[in-house]
Design a protein around this ligand. Structure first.
Ligand SMILES: CC(C)(COP(=O)(O)OP(=O)(O)OC[C@H]1O[C@@H](n2cnc3c(N)ncnc32)[C@H](O)[C@@H]1OP(=O)(O)O)[C@@H](O)C(=O)NCCC(=O)NCCS
Length: 154
């Protein structure tokens, strides 16, 4: 999916680098209900560097996605966020497509993720990208709210 508007900015994918840790942590905390600290972000990066991608709008981080190796055949999306101002412009889709491509090249056969059961926007987004709900995980989050597990083949 190509962004519908970019305000004249140059979009580019880059690999996460440790110098972006504070900005990514900030975006994660502004976008999601869980609280993340810089150590968590760095731990995710160090566990699977190729799976941590930023989408830049000029010098600004417009969004990011990161994941982990869940099993030999399955990857997992851990965090995905797009800056509020850029949402519904195709950037989340670009990040997800890029991530899925990296998973395919790494030999994975499927991808899973967890999403809050009340996060209707993200659930619609993932459904649109071929994910299906496979189970409900009760009390999954730190505030004891539930998660849907979603899954798709690559
Ligand atoms: C989920 C998120 C990454 C989507 O990013 P995005 O750049 O807005 O997504 P896209 O523009 O590529 O959306 C593609 C399609 O997904 C669906 N979609 C995306 N956001 C949606 C929303 N809020 N409500 C309903 N459908 C939505 C739509 O079908 C959309 O196509 P359309 O705009 O033509 O209707 C973004 O909303 C976000 O950062 N949310 C906060 C963090 C979060 O919830 N992350 C997921 C946690 S698992």
């Amino acid at each position: 999916m190509v962004p519908r508007h970019n305000g004249g900015l140059d979009w580019s994918f880059i690999q996460f680098d440790e110098k972006y840790t504070d900005r990514v942590t900030d975006l994660a905390n502004r976008s999601m209900s869980e609280t993340y600290n810089e150590k968590v972000i760095l731990d995710i990066y160090r566990s699977w560097r190729e799976g941590f991608i930023l989408l830049m709008a000029g010098d600004e981080i417009a969004g990011f996605i990161c994941g982990s190796r869940y099993s030999i055949t399955e990857a997992r999306i851990l965090l995905l966020a797009v800056e509020n101002a850029y949402r519904r412009s195709g950037l989340g889709s670009m990040l997800l497509d890029r991530f899925l491509e990296i998973c395919r090249k790494s030999g994975y056969l499927s991808v899973r993720l967890e999403v809050r059961t009340d996060n209707d926007g993200a659930i619609s987004f993932y459904r649109r990208h071929g994910f299906s709900i496979t189970s409900t995980m009760l009390y999954y989050y730190s505030d004891l709210s539930d998660a849907f597990q979603m899954w798709r083949m690559l």
